[in-house]
Design a protein around this ligand. Structure first.
Ligand code: UDP
Length: 472
């Protein structure tokens, strides 16, 4: 945007701010706004959703940030600058911006190699505070490395620390075979965060139970779920959605949306589709040629994710499913609702899923969900009411569940209403943000009663990053 009225640091994707509003004028109008910091060291909230390697964390931080700004906070979202082409500051709305801090090379760095740059992130954060003349009284950190940043800040200044894990090493490492070199450090930091943050936000009852049994009994946990944009993901006409996407009424559409990552279980879905097609060949209810698997989501241009996509493609070829499968690539949130609506069933076959935004997005559009009976999915999907829960990695059970939904149209129509109502009532970003806002206010009120009293002792040193080597 080049209105000439914006400070030069503002990036081009600043859609909401009105041309006549500069930072200064926006701030001047609401002088009492409390500034807070949301920290997401990877998962840039300004990354276009559905583009780059954006996943649930980007969506969460950005949506929560914007909704909190509407509730009256000045929200500054901090992330690591990972490209020299990215603007240092991106203004999303008058009181909500992303600030990209220099910490390590301005280039893509795999997550497993990022921890060593976190001390630089802390320094850059404190320098930014000094430049702006702000000292944030509260930081909400996301993912364990940002949590480490939060613990460091807690040692250095009077700050309330709230943390959302997004993914828990203690659970993740139980379900993956390739454990990275950083694992021990991550587990130790995750424990420190739980024991020392003022509050940890678990996004589902399962996550709370995992924290208590696998991480530490000492910690303050509140359950506040993730949300979805119920004005984007809502009931729209399936006929119209299919028309726009060029999908005929005859086709039975099975949808996957998400990143190419082994723990997402795309292999299970592809194999289940193969098994289902074999079953359809033996019956007469559905023409097997009309079975369509749409895989929405992109691979990161970097090697790790790309190799998972190639692996999945080779399974599709091996099972002779090429004619039944389409790799759609990444789709922005503006068009994603069309895919959810056009689908007969959305499948979330993750081995492990801390929350799983895709499941609630699909349900908000009225699409039945077949999901692994794990993590947050156990909480969001009500089996037999909004979809079906299936044991993870069980190809035959996935095939059976998908088949049940495809062949029972009356039941699928009943699910449609129930699924969308569940999301509207429980998982809107507005509702989620009100709960977070209440939590922040409570903690800030407590801190003004006893200033400087963090849960963790200010003299406790946090684990220091060492140079880490990428796991082979
Ligand atoms: N997503 C998207 N376009 C795509 C693929 C994914 O916008 O092509 C979004 C999706 O809508 C969801 C997020 O990426 O909001 C994925 O979040 P989820 O919690 O399901 O998985 P995560 O990436 O956090 O593991």
């Amino acid at each position: 945007m080049s209105t000439g009225k914006f400070p030069t640091t503002i990036g081009s994707n600043s859609p909401v701010m009105q041309p006549q509003q500069t930072f200064a004028s926006a701030r001047a109008k609401v002088p009492t706004r409390q500034s807070i910091a949301l920290i997401s060291e990877h998962g840039d909230p300004a990354a276009e959703i559905g583009k780059d390697a954006a996943g649930g964390q980007n969506v969460y931080v950005r949506q929560v940030g914007e909704a909190l700004a509407k509730l009256g906070w000045q929200v500054d979202m901090f992330t690591r600058k990972s490209s020299p082409d990215d603007a240092a500051i991106v203004q999303h709305a008058p009181h909500c911006r992303t600030i990209r801090l220099s910490a390590g090379p301005e280039a893509y760095i795999p997550r497993d190699e990022l921890f060593q740059y976190m001390p630089q992130f802390v320094t850059a954060f404190q320098n930014f505070q000094q430049q702006e003349g702000i000292e944030y009284p509260l930081a909400h950190t996301n993912y364990w490395m940002s949590g480490w940043v939060g613990l460091e800040l807690q040692r250095r200044q009077n700050i309330q620390l709230i943390h959302t894990y997004h993914s828990l090493g203690a659970v993740k490492y139980l379900s993956v075979s390739d454990i990275p070199a950083i694992a021990q450090t991550r587990l130790a930091v995750e424990q420190q965060i739980l024991e020392q943050a003022h509050c940890v936000v678990a996004t589902s009852p399962q996550e709370q139970a995992d924290l208590e049994t696998l991480v530490s009994r000492n910690g303050k946990i509140d359950i506040i779920p993730c949300g979805t944009d119920v004005s984007t993901f809502r009931l729209i006409s399936k006929t119209e959605a299919r028309k726009q996407l060029g999908i005929s009424a005859k086709e039975k559409v099975v949808l996957y949306v998400g990143r190419f990552d082994k723990r997402k279980g795309i292999e299970t879905l592809v194999r289940a589709t193969g098994e289902l097609r074999t079953q359809l060949e033996q019956g007469e209810e559905i023409d097997p040629q009309h079975l369509k698997l749409l895989v929405v989501g992109g691979s990161d241009p970097h090697e790790a994710d790309g190799s998972e996509r190639r692996r999945i493609e080779s399974i599709v070829t091996e099972l002779d499913l090429t004619a039944n499968t389409q790799f759609v690539g990444m789709v922005g949130h503006d068009r994603l609702a069309l895919y959810y609506t056009a689908a007969d069933v959305c499948v979330v076959p993750s081995h492990y899923e801390p929350f799983g935004l895709v499941a609630i997005e699909a349900m908000a559009c009225g699409t039945p969900v077949v999901a692994s009976d794990v993590g947050g999915l156990k909480f969001t999907v009500i089996s037999e009411e909004t979809g079906l829960l299936v044991p993870p990695q069980d190809v035959s059970k996935f095939a059976h569940a998908i088949g049940r939904i495809l062949t029972d149209e009356i039941w699928a129509r009943k699910i449609r209403k129930q699924a969308s109502t569940r999301v509207q009532q429980n998982f809107s970003w507005a509702g989620v943000s009100i709960q977070l806002s209440d939590l922040y206010r409570r903690l800030l009120a407590q801190s003004s009663v006893s200033p400087g009293m963090g849960r963790g002792s200010s003299s406790t040193s946090t684990l220091l990053p060492k140079r880490v080597v990428k796991a082979s």
